[in-house]
Unconditional design. Sequence first.
Length: 348
Amino acid sequence: MSTGKNALTYASAGVDIDAGNALVEQIKPHAKRTNRSGVMAGLGGFGGLFDLKAAGFEDPILVSATDGVGTKLRIAIDTGLYDTIGIDLVAMCVNDLVCQGAEPLFFLDYFATGQLDIDTATRIIAGIAEGCVQSGCALIGGETAEMPGMYAGDDFDLAGFAVGAMERGASLPKDVQRGDVLLGLPSSGVHSNGYSLVRKLVELSGLGWDAPSPFGGDTLGAELLAPTRLYVKSCLAAMAAGGVHGFAHITGGGLTENIPRVLGEGQGVRINLDSWMLPPVFKWLAKQGGISNAEMLKTFNCGIGMVIVVDRQSSHAVAEALAAQAETVVKLGEVTDVPNVVYDGSLL
């Protein structure tokens, strides 16, 4: 083996294995916070183990979901505000998963960067752990990839993978029928889609990320990084109340494209836009771009992050169950037998 002055190491090529090992030690306490019934091993192995019987399932069907947070990452990188982007990552996966009627059980993350900064990575993964705690699932593994030449400067990418389970026969959507009530749960802001348009609108405004937010709160960057809400515990409570026929997570495609995903053939919905107030961030975005109602409704959540389709007779009990989870429930409209999304009232 060469020991001359030109001898190369992996570290000299830009990959620091010691830094990766140090990161694992830093994040172990965060992962430990997420432990739940069914977890069989901690971080450090070649794979994560999970016992479905120990989690209380008798005849389970597994459900999986994967997602990222899109170009919202660009704002986190440009501002150095990394603490909540991991919550977004978890939310985008588990909010989709619960729409199938499943309880999230465990989560894995993929973090890729050009040069590993332990502090930055720890802050990001701590956010992932917080998202897991809020949604009742365990962070049981992941991958940190240091790839010099693939990512420039402080750039990084994130992907998430969630696995859940439900008892056989409990999958959603199911039995959606005319007259079912649509209940909406408020969003916490833009959430994690539409950010290519958001960033373009900010550019047109001439404002920097550190400028005071024109729609209230902290700086513009901080407000646009408000983390995606986690709806898992609220949705599970709604299912336990009975009468839920479906959930629609309002992400890319907005209300217009996501609600029809839970409907049957020939079905549509009628939504009253006057039933909730459009949050200030969306008013500002619409004004900056001269964006029409129709475009807003098929691009952004417009203040409603989750829609629950529930049997009319059960709607009051479900609303009470959601209120017990500190939700502000909005009665949006109902399912019809006309295959379109029809809006009444005015958004702006």
